[in-house]
Design a binder for this molecule. Structure first.
Ligand code: SF4
Length: 419
């Protein structure tokens, strides 16, 4: 059951418990380089990112934000942009009002706004800008830049106790307090409660779970989840999935980002795909048909079926920008590509479309199952192309009439999000 929260409207995207969990990503281009930034935002949006965060760290960056928004609009990309502000956010919002207007949400890190009265003034100025322009704000606390004054005070208070908590526990408490106190400050300044999203990111899986459970129990703001500095490759994916899956299963989390460090030359869109696959694997949202494939074993020593499974998954992914528009509901389609007769026919029958490839020593033919019935047996070099033709035919015959049901699908989608 999703935790009940307020609903925060970020342009066309609504964040909160009655709405599907929103996927976010962040560019790694220099925002001052508008051409590269627009290109990467479009790639992220095409991959399925529903909100995109961009760094706004300098006058050069801030001066390009409105231009980036205009270029995206001209190309038909409506994806809302979030400005990531740190040490000089108030100055940039003041000096570049067009930037303040073009952004849909401001991300403010209270630990990097400044100390004491000056920090309070800077924070207040940014919140006032959000109020003036009717923007949402994410108060994003990060353990790497935690409000040091607050942390020091809590550590001193803790040390004075007869049975002090561990420093780890105190820091976790400080993270949650920093987020909640900053949210209250923003409300006191005049920001409506339903303009606030909170996050408290740490890089340790167990700590992230503890911090978010605590945060979720203390407020009804929507929460943005992410394991910060998750790392590269499978380590980053596994750590992020482990942490986020537990929280999502407990109904905690309204937007997510998978903070992967890309491999050299790897597309930034990988973090979006991982986020989609996490939500879809958990049955919380559907984005594209997923391929069920067996791991392979000594019964199928050929790599043909592995290549086929990959080619089919790539094909399905590449079709989605078009299929999403014309074949609503196709994202729930299940396709199976299996390596031999042991589990092949059974798994194929459970999918919408499945193929059971020949294992070592089996007759070199591949039966295809459609809605549980064996329909045709493929063989020869054109097996992948022939199977793709069958998939295409299935999509056109089963989902083309779903346009009118888009609303119904949305309803199902919403019910899933609530479960
Ligand atoms: S379906 Fe066949 S090839 Fe695939 S893992 Fe099972 S026994 Fe091995």
């Amino acid at each position: 059951m999703r935790r009940k929260t307020l609903q925060v409207n970020v342009d066309s995207v609504i964040i909160g418990s009655e709405y599907p969990i929103v996927i976010q990503s962040m560019t790694n281009t220099d925002t001052a380089d508008s051409k590269s930034t627009v290109k990467q935002i479009m790639q992220l949006a095409d991959a399925g990112s529903e909100l995109v965060r961009i760094t706004v760290n300098s006058a050069d960056a801030a001066s390009q934000v409105a231009n980036i928004r205009e270029q995206l609009d001209a190309k038909g990309y409506k994806v809302p942009l979030i400005g990531d502000f740190h040490f000089n956010g108030e100055r940039l919002l003041k000096d570049f009002p067009e930037c303040a207007i073009a952004l849909a949400k401001y991300r403010i890190n209270p630990g990097n706004v400044g100390k004491g009265a000056k920090g309070d003034q800077k924070f207040a100025f940014m919140i006032e800008k959000a109020i003036e322009h009717k923007k949402a704000v994410r108060i994003g606390v990060n353990w790497g830049s935690l409000d040091q004054q607050l942390a020091t005070r809590l550590i001193d208070e803790n040390n004075a106790l007869a049975t002090p908590l561990s420093n780890e526990k105190v820091i976790q408490k400080a993270l949650v307090m920093s987020a909640l106190q900053s949210a209250q400050k923003a409300i006191d300044i005049g920001l409506p409660k339903d303009k606030i999203v909170l996050s408290c990111k740490v890089s340790n899986v167990q700590e992230l779970i503890t911090v978010y459970q605590d945060l979720a129990s203390r407020c009804d703001f929507p929460l943005h989840l992410g394991l910060t500095e998750a790392g590269m490759g499978s380590k980053g994916i596994v750590a992020s999935s482990a942490a986020l899956a537990i929280l999502l299963q407990q109904g905690i989390g309204d937007t997510i980002r998978i903070s992967l460090t890309p491999q050299p030359n790897e597309s930034r869109t990988h973090e979006v795909i991982v986020a989609q696959e996490l939500l879809q694997s958990m049955g919380l949202r559907s984005f594209m048909p997923l391929v069920t494939a067996c791991p392979g074993c000594g019964r199928t020593t050929s790599t043909f079926f592995q290549k086929m499974a990959m080619e089919i998954q790539d094909y399905l992914r590449n079709q989605m920008p078009n299929w999403r528009l014309h074949y609503p509901g196709v994202e729930d389609m299940k396709v199976a590509v299996m390596g031999c007769v042991v589990n092949g026919p059974g798994e194929s029958k459970m999918a919408n479309i499945g193929i059971s490839l020949p294992g070592t020593g089996e007759t070199p033919v591949a039966p295809v199952y459609v809605d549980g019935e064996k329909t045709v047996t493929l063989k020869g070099d054109k097996m992948v192309a022939d199977f793709i033709d069958i998939v295409e035919e299935y999509v056109q015959s089963h989902y083309a009439n779903n346009i009118d049901n888009k609303k119904t699908n949305k309803k199902v989608f919403d019910i899933k999000a609530e479960s």
